[in-house]
Design a protein around this ligand. Structure first.
Ligand code: CUA
Length: 342
């Protein structure tokens, strides 16, 4: 479904006006669809918007016209018989009700049609990602029929452009909802129940998503990043993610690995290829390949990573990550190790 030309012109303006220009470097707007599913949702929005706008203009126009006509009659000294005046009002109200019913039915059937198209299985051979909602981060397992080909990452999804992606979803603790406005509408993640949604990105780009169901103190900082890239680059990324973490190549990194494995980090996190295998927190096997940390809360820089490790509660009060007061040399070594996990 392609957008009508008028929507192409008004979409950026509407996004600006209605959503307060919340677009920064990343795309995050339901009014700039970048794939078929989001186009359906956006089409429905603009249909409702323009029909409502037309109804408003017609209603206000009719009121002004009625007022003008009554004034003109008054000036001419005309007085309508009561029966005639009532007949006129009845006709007006009946026409108003009729038009309203027709418009509501049009909304209803268009909505049904969009819902049907939206939930139909995607065409072709989709990428399947198992997405699990946690307070307050996303666990993503790239499914594959071969167990050795499955891999886990967190908070950032890479997807190939032009190919459908199916999210098979559940939640570990409370209800969450995934929403990447440029790519698809919202869908809840429910504990003990599997839901699914599919989307497709037709344009390469970085799209920001957000948990859209209130899930506790850090609901607002439960972001998701979707990186849509050409199929060849996606395949490269997948191949790299399937590998275990690289071994430390410097004394500093080796010391950092020891800090990680012997301290509290390994109680919650996994790093593939090491003895750390816990799944309470995000999988850190390829942490350094991610753009952000703490569920798209901070850019993945050495300074932010250090601050997050030492005092996560000041970044996301209530997060399940405890503070880790490490001697400075240990912290530096740990950061060097974590930054080597490409
Ligand atoms: Cu998870 Cu709101």
């Amino acid at each position: 479904m392609s957008r009508p030309p008028v929507a192409r012109v008004t979409a950026p303006l509407g996004a600006l006006l209605l959503l307060g220009a919340c677009r920064g470097e990343l795309y995050q707007s339901a009014l700039a669809a970048k794939g078929p599913q989001a186009e359906r949702v956006e089409g429905l929005f603009w249909f409702a918007f323009w029909v409502s706008a037309a109804v408003w203009v017609l209603t206000v126009g009719a009121m002004l016209w009625a007022a003008w006509r009554a004034r003109a009659r008054e000036r001419r000294g005309e007085v309508l018989a009561q029966a005639e005046s009532e007949r006129g009002m009845t006709r007006g109200v009946a026409a108003g009700v009729g038009v309203t019913v027709v418009i509501l039915l049009a909304f209803f059937f268009y909505d049904l049609a969009v819902g049907r198209a939206y939930t139909r299985r995607p065409p072709g051979d989709p990428v399947v990602i198992e997405l699990v909602g946690h307070q307050w981060w996303w666990e993503a397992v790239y499914a594959d029929t071969g167990v050795q080909n499955r891999f886990t990452t967190a908070n950032e999804l890479h997807v190939p452009v032009g190919r459908p992606v199916v999210l098979e979803m559940s939640a570990r603790d409370v209800i969450h909802s995934v929403w990447v406005p440029n790519l698809a509408g919202k869908r809840d993640l429910i504990p003990g129940y599997t839901t699914s949604v599919w989307f497709q990105a037709d344009t390469p780009g970085v799209y920001r998503g957000q948990c859209a169901e209130f899930c506790g103190q850090q609901h607002a900082k439960m972001g998701l990043v979707v990186i849509a890239e050409p199929p060849a680059r996606f395949a490269q990324w997948v191949a790299a993610q399937r590998k275990p973490a690289p071994s430390p190549t410097s004394l500093e990194a080796a010391r950092g690995q020891k800090v990680f494995l012997s301290g509290s980090c390994a109680v919650c996190h996994r790093i593939g290829g090491t003895t750390a295998g816990a799944t309470n927190g995000p999988d850190l096997t390829h942490l350094a390949s991610r753009y952000t940390i703490a569920a798209a809360t901070l850019p993945n820089t050495r300074g932010n990573l250090g601050g997050w490790i030492v005092d996560p509660q000041s970044v996301k009060p209530g997060t399940h990550m405890p503070p880790n007061i490490l001697p400075p040399k240990d912290l530096e070594a740990l950061l060097t190790y974590l930054q080597s996990l490409k």
